[in-house]
Design a protein around this ligand. Structure first.
Ligand SMILES: [Zn+2]
Length: 385
């Protein structure tokens, strides 16, 4: 199968994050095993999902790790002009959910693995396929533990999210939290005698806005990004029942998108203790009342900040198209997690454009698949033979 035919097969597995990806994983495993490549399927203990890890060459030597996520975002409510899971070829574009984000890269990487199966390699090539990336990089974590256990320390990880084959060296990390503020209901005529949950929320949101100012004025700075500092944002809030009831509950969601250079753990610790002070102040004012602020982490992944001077990255650049650039990307990837867990340089580089991801009529240009195949093949033959 050529790359286009293989990508069509992959798109026809509707691996939306809410569904099982096992059929797709078993399909990939079977193709690899038919070529005698050893495959490890890392089953999720609670869901019908799995990650896959495979190696050609000697796994004890540092090599090249090619990484992709198998899940795709939903298509409901989107106006597609073709069936999103039929993989429709129209002239020089292949349309389908996951075409660019990111089964296109998986198809090229998988075909490359198959072609290397019987070649002598001085360095190994690994393929890592995760799940639940679109839910906040959740499904890669067990696989990374497994790779740490195997002592896999690649020379370079390539995360094949769509960059139009530019080489992304960085992206911001993200932490998203849901905050529950609890006060006590009372008749609004007696408002000063009860803790107002909306006031707790407002006081804490004021702290979030202060943190945004601090990031802007004193935080790390990277002018390669459109917004060159870490950002803080409250995106959703609900609380209270009626104008004449002191609200007992208010809930809101916030996120921090941070430069890898900012210490997010330290900032979160400060935020949590500020919340505690708000609660203590409310309790001190109204000792008989209930006041609480609770946090639930919804998703979290680290930022990526890779140094371009690494030998393997320079070699990848050498084999890239003349107009390929080192860039930063605005979207998050599993790259920061790979970098932390495997102690290896990580770049994000794959076919297609993020402009077409997550949208109706998602597509990848066939020329992008071809470029990806050329670049990866030449780079890997150079570094692994
Ligand atoms: Zn993606």
């Amino acid at each position: 199968m050529n790359n286009v035919e293989l990508l069509q097969q992959l798109i026809r597995f509707p691996t939306v994050s809410s569904e099982s990806n096992l059929d797709l994983i078993h399909y990939i495993a079977q193709l690899l095993e038919e070529k005698g490549i050893q495959v490890q399927v890392i089953q999720d203990p609670v869901q019908a999902k799995a990650a896959l890890f495979a190696t050609v060459g000697d796994p004890t030597i540092p090599g090249i790790l090619l990484s992709g996520h198998s899940d795709v975002v939903p298509v409901e409510g989107q106006a597609w002009s073709v069936d999103p899971f039929s993989a429709t070829l129209v002239e020089d574009k292949l349309f389908g959910r996951g075409a660019c984000d990111m089964k296109g890269f998986i198809a090229v990487a998988l075909n490359l693995m198959l072609s290397l199966a019987d070649k002598p390699l001085a360095r190994p090539v690994h393929l890592a396929v995760s799940f639940d990336e679109e839910l906040g990089c959740l499904g890669v974590k067990d696989m990374l533990l497994h790779l740490q256990h195997l002592k896999v320390e690649p020379l370079l990880c390539i995360v094949g999210e769509p960059t139009e084959m530019n080489i992304a060296l960085g992206h911001k990390g993200k932490a998203a939290y849901r905050v529950h503020c609890c006060g006590e209901e009372a008749h609004s005529s007696r408002a000063p005698l009860s803790v107002n949950a909306i006031y707790l929320a407002c006081d804490f949101i004021a702290k979030l806005r202060e943190l945004q100012q601090q990031f802007k004025v004193r935080g790390a700075r990277d002018d390669e990004y459109d917004i060159p500092y870490s950002t803080v944002h409250v995106g959703k809030i609900e609380g209270g029942k009626a104008i004449n009831i002191v609200p007992q509950s208010c809930q809101f969601d916030f996120e921090i998108r941070h430069l890898a250079q900012d210490d997010l753990d330290k900032e979160l610790t400060t935020l949590f203790s500020q919340a505690q002070h708000i609660v203590e102040a409310a309790r001190a004012e109204l000792p008989a009342s209930r006041a609480e602020i609770q946090f639930t982490c919804m998703s979290r992944y680290p930022g990526l900040n890779t140094d371009a001077s690494h030998h393997a990255i320079q070699l990848l650049k050498k084999w890239s198209a003349d107009d390929a650039k080192f860039i930063r990307v605005a979207f998050g990837t599993e790259g920061g997690l790979f970098s932390q867990a495997l102690n290896a340089p990580v770049v994000v580089c794959g076919p297609g454009s993020i402009e077409h991801a997550h949208k109706p009529d998602e597509f990848v240009a066939l020329s992008q698949l071809h470029d990806c195949e050329q670049v990866l093949t030449q780079f890997i033959y150079d570094i692994c033979q």
